[in-house]
Design a protein. Structure first.
Ligand code: SF4
Length: 215
């Protein structure tokens, strides 16, 4: 499958064929049946709180953050002696996963022929469109499935749906069947995690012609 997620503390490795599946490896299977993006956000926040509690036990200061809402955790909970500070972000699946990579909680490898979390020039094209191109018709999952039913959400989708989709993935122009093995690369091979958060992690949602606030 395109993504391999390693939980650093336990060494456990998960495989996922969508961004949403990768998030479910951390959050739990209930994430896959979340009924809408609001329910997904609530589940990411709950998972972030659990991860924060664990990280605090290991001596880290933890901040839970959404660029549209600000800091969601109580920073005063952290004591002065705590040396490390990590930030878990919950805006969407991509930035959630990348913030966990940055925090050292997980490591992610991705197949050489996919660009779910690695940078491809099509992410730049999307950003330059201020999000207008983030739609089902430009998403790898829709194209790969060649069907009006999105295989990630298992619901019928119109061509222009997907503007607020957490699992949208650029279609790079070629895609090898995910079950044929392949070469995996650390997603940090060519970009820093901060670059990936900036270039790949954002949702460029269009709201009245303006991209929504980003960090
Ligand atoms: S809803 Fe649309 S944008 Fe989201 S994963 Fe499905 S096809 Fe892609």
């Amino acid at each position: 499958m395109p993504l391999q997620i390693t939980i650093q503390e336990s060494g456990m490795i998960w495989e996922a064929k969508t961004i949403r599946g990768a998030a479910a490896a951390i959050i739990g299977d209930e994430y896959l049946s979340a009924k809408d993006i609001g329910a997904e956000w609530d589940l990411r926040l709950a998972a972030a709180k659990k991860l924060a509690a664990q990280a605090k036990k290991n001596g880290c200061k933890v901040e839970i953050y959404d660029c549209r809402k600000g800091v969601l955790s109580d920073e005063k909970e952290a004591s002065e002696e705590l040396s490390n500070k990590i930030r878990i972000r919950v805006e969407n699946d991509r930035v959630f996963l990348l913030s966990l990579v940055k925090a050292g909680i997980i490591k992610i490898s991705e197949r050489k022929d996919t660009y779910f979390l690695r940078y491809h020039q099509k992410w730049g094209v999307l950003e330059n469109s201020a999000g207008a191109l983030q739609c089902c018709s430009n998403c790898l999952h829709r194209i790969y499935d060649k069907n009006i039913v999105c295989p990630v959400y298992n619901t019928e989708k119109e061509q222009n749906d997907g503007t607020d989709c957490n699992s949208y993935t650029v279609y790079p122009g070629s895609y090898v069947d995910e079950y044929q093995g392949g070469t995996y690369l650390d997603i940090l091979k060519d970009n820093t995690v901060d670059e990936l958060i900036e270039k790949v992690g954002q949702l460029w949602m269009v709201d009245g012609g303006q991209p929504k606030e980003s960090e």
